[in-house]
Structures are given as C-alpha cells and as structure tokens.
Design a protein around this ligand. Structure first.
Ligand code: FAD
Length: 459
C-alpha cells in the first residue's frame, strides 16, 4: 500500500512524486517509458516561474553535460511594430530568477526522474497503467497494469495521480470531463539551428497569419520555427521545402534574421507538433490530474512545462494536507482545483486567443507601439507571455488607460484610437461616463481578454 501512485514520470509526474517523497510519503512512480527517454516533440522553453522551481528543487544541478544559456529578454514584432523588454524577476526568499531556459527535453526529463528517485519515490519503468481499483463507493484506491518484466500488476494507494499527458489513461478511466475545449488551433515546423550569433533573446513575430519564433536553446544551438493557423499549415515533403517556407516567413518580418538563417545551417530534421486545447476536471474521489492531463494548451506561448511544474507544486501541497489529516482529502483536492484555475485559466484563454494567429489590427498595432514606448507596459506585455504577469493584472482598466499616454502621434493614429483617447481625456461634464465608455470600447477590441479589463477595478 502506497500513499500515492503517480502515473507518468516526466515533468509533472516526477515533480509531484519528488515533492511528496520529500515530505516523507511512500510514492510509486510509474511510466511505460524507460529513462532517459526521447519525448514527443516539444520546444522546451521554460519561463522564469518554472526555472525558479527547477532551481529551488535542485533539478538544475542535476542537469549536467549541457550548456544552457540564460535568456533574459523577449521580443514581439507585429508587422512594422517591435517591442522588446527584459523579463520581470520572480522570487522566493533569497532566490530570484529573471531569465528563461530551454534545456534539451530528454535530459530535463531524466534529471526530474532522478530527483524523484533520490527523494525516495519508487520508480517502475516499462509499466503501463491500464485499469483502476475502486472500493464499494467507487472511490479510486489503486491501479492495475502490465510491465514487461513482471507481467500484470496491481497496486493500492490513498490517492492515484494522473500525470500521464494529454491523452491521459487515468482521465479516461475516471471519466474526467473536458471543458473550455478547442480543437488544434495552430501547427508548426521547428528545428535546431547552428551557427547563429548567441543572443539572450526569445524572438516572436506576427505577420501574414504566421508566427515565426526563435530562441537559444542548448550547446550553441538555436530553436527556429514557424506556426500557422491549422487550416493554413503548408504541406511540404522535403526538408529543403520546409527550409524555404520557414526562411520565407522570417524574410517577411525580419529580413536581417532571415539573412542569418541563409548564412548558417539547420542542425537537425524538421519537427512538427500540434495539440488540442482543453481543461479537465482535475480531481475526484481518490484521484487527481496534473500537467497536460489536467490542462493542455497550444504550444504557442510555451507555457506547458512551467504550468506543469507549478501545478505539481499545488497538487503536492494539497495531497500532503490530505494524507497528513490536516484537511479531509476531498476538501484539499477541491482547493487544488481552485488554485490550479487561478494559476492557469486566464493564461489558457490568452493562449487560445494567441493561437488563432490573427494579424493585429491597426488599433492593436498602435497600442503595441505605445507599449514599446513605455518600459512598464513593455515589461508587462512580455511578462504576460512569460507567465510572470497575470493576465488580469495586465488587462486592467488602469493599465490600459495609462497606455494611452504613450501613443505615437507621428505616424498618424487610427480614428478609433483617437476617439478612445478623447473619451479618456473626459467629455466636459461627463468624465466618468466617458472613461467607462472608453473602457468598454477598448475591451471590445481585446477579444477574450476584454472581459478581464471589464472585471478590473475602476481607477
Ligand atoms: C510542439 C510542442 C512544443 C512545445 N513547446 C513547449 C515549450 O517550448 N515550453 C513549454 O513549457 N511547453 C511546451 N510544450 C508543452 C509541453 O511539452 C507539455 O506541457 C509537457 O510535456 C507536459 O508534461 P507532463 O509531464 O504533464 O506530460 P508528458 O510530458 O506528456 O508525460 C506523460 C508521461 O506519461 C506516460 N504515460 C502515459 N500514459 C501512461 C500509462 N497508461 N501508463 C504509464 N505511463 C504513461 C508517458 O510515457 C509520459 O512519459 C510543447 C508541446 C508541443 C506539442
């Protein structure tokens, strides 16, 4: 009998197993893979909150044998408008992290597994979970499965955790409902490039319904890729064809960078990846879900690993409360669901909107240009993407009203933006009503993020 059985031993599974084992609980960590193990394709950018956990937990110290540069700035270019800013720091006690990392994924997964085992979790590799044990009330009390070495197995625990990815078997067996779901929204080609000059920068672009992206990863390599809305993803049968499509997409937004791509070389084959979007009910009697099993989102904001780490931390706290008797397990897991939602639902909505890869309107471009002229807003916009600044903080009335002070007059402003600014400056006799109308009109242009603005306090 274990305290917890965790199915899936990569980012979220090893993290929650490690954190529970460090609290002294008896944990069985199961994965059908064997580590080190290659993963499904993933570009592996980890934003500062994820890096903070990896440092705090000692995982980075285990990640040896690779040079992984710290990436301190992110940029967004939309048509002719360019915004670049340093990352806001996140901190916990004396530990402060203001950079992202993009370590090789198989090495990161292996380091996570080793940390879980060093903490005392019992790892069983090559073990595929196929069924659940339940008591008379239907509460989950264990798992069944098969292992290549030992044949079929059956193990019991106080809680069964599904950290088994987007196609979670545990979610299927417990019938965890999906909601806020969208099909695959974007699809990308990406690869590793060598010979590009080192820079501490994540570059993202938006133009002609494409989303080119690039950042330094490990051992002198750079990730280079382009995402398209799924329906517009260009079919290509050879690496040379994809080289051309990707370099052409960069040429449309950043000819200088496209020139550098032409002068250097691809170091690997092209990979492609796409996932649907959904949240799952992440807990029930005797079970909980974490990582992609609990929430899968488009990779366009590169937030899956960071949220898997933070979600594992929340789940370990809740399960620890339940196992220790500090709170009934059901209550602790309800609180986990609430805290998971606070952690990621707004960013999930932001990601789904981003993944439409719609070109920015002239009004949006005028606002992005204003952000580029205001260091605070530029850091906010970058921090939003990097999961450092909560969407509700960035998309607030105060933040957007202030932004209008930074508009660039010289290029000629779109009429709607002039109107909004006029309203914000206040109509004689009706300043509050005019500002409220401006907020409503601003929100209407912000897609799903507009509801956050309208929910924010009035200045
Ligand atoms: C193209 C692409 C690019 C991405 N880029 C980024 C990025 O740059 N940054 C970022 O943060 N995120 C990125 N992501 C998302 C990121 O890869 C995921 O969010 C992350 O891998 C989730 O980790 P996990 O541990 O929850 O699940 P997974 O990594 O999916 O691990 C699940 C594990 O469960 C095991 N398993 C499954 N079923 C069973 C079973 N029945 N029995 C036993 N074991 C089982 C599997 O073998 C696997 O090891 C990207 C995703 C894609 C598709």
């Amino acid at each position: 009998m274990y305290d917890a059985i965790v199915t899936g031993a990569r980012i979220s599974g090893s993290a929650v197993a490690m954190l529970l084992a460090r609290r002294g609980y008896r944990v069985l960590l199961l994965d059908r893979a064997r580590f080190p193990s290659p993963t499904a394709s993933s570009t592996n950018l980890i934003h500062p909150p994820g890096v903070l956990r990896l440092r705090q937990w000692g995982v980075l110290a285990e990640l040896t044998g690779h040079t992984v540069p710290e990436v301190r700035r992110y940029s967004l270019q939309s048509g002719p408008v360019r915004l670049e800013a340093p990352l806001e720091a996140v901190s916990d006690g004396d530990l402060r992290v203001d950079y992202a990392l993009s370590p090789p994924r198989a090495a990161l997964d292996h380091a996570m597994v080793r940390c879980a085992v060093e903490a005392g979790a019992e790892l069983r590799e090559g073990a595929s979970v196929q069924g659940l044990l339940r008591d008379d009330d239907g509460t989950v009390i264990g798992v069944t499965g098969t292992s290549k070495e030992t044949g079929s197995f059956s193990e019991k625990a106080a809680i069964v955790i599904g950290a088994d990815g987007k196609n979670s078997k545990i979610a299927e067996l417990v019938g965890a409902a999906k909601y806020r779901a969208d099909p695959v929204l974007s699809k990308s080609y990406w690869t590793y490039w060598e010979g590009l000059p080192p820079e501490s920068l994540v570059r993202t672009y938006r133009s002609n319904r494409t989303h080119p992206f690039t950042w330094p990863t490990h051992d002198g390599l750079t990730i280079v890729g382009v995402a398209w809305p799924t329906a517009e993803f260009p079919a290509a049968s050879t690496g040379d064809e994809i080289d051309k499509k990707v370099i052409d997409a960069f040429a449309g937004v950043d000819p200088e960078f496209a020139g550098k791509l032409r002068d250097t070389r691809r170091a690997d084959r092209w990979l492609t990846g796409a996932v649907p979007n959904f949240l799952r009910v992440p807990r029930g009697p005797g079970w909980a879900l974490v990582g992609d099993a609990s929430a899968t989102r488009d990779p366009i904001t590169a937030s899956g690993i960071t949220h898997a780490l933070l979600g594992a931390e929340l789940l370990a706290e809740a399960v620890g409360d339940g196992l220790s008797g500090r709170r009934p397990m059901a209550q602790a897991l309800s609180s986990y669901r609430h805290r998971r939602d606070v952690l990621l639902v707004d960013h999930y909505d932001y990601t789904r909107d981003y993944a439409e890869i719609a070109d920015h309107s002239p009004e949006e471009q005028a606002l992005i240009e204003a952000m580029s002229r205001s260091p605070r807003h530029a850091r906010g916009m970058i921090g939003l993407f990097a999961t450092v600044v909560p969407p509700a903080e960035f998309y607030s009335r105060t933040n957007f009203r202030d932004l209008f002070d930074y508009l660039n007059e010289s290029g000629g402003l779109p009429v709607k933006i002039r109107l909004l600014r006029l309203l914000l400056h206040g109509l004689p006799g009706q300043p509050a009503a005019a500002a409220a109308l401006a907020d409503r009109l601003t929100a209407a242009g912000l897609g799903p993020m507009g509801r956050l603005l309208l929910r924010s306090p009035k200045p």
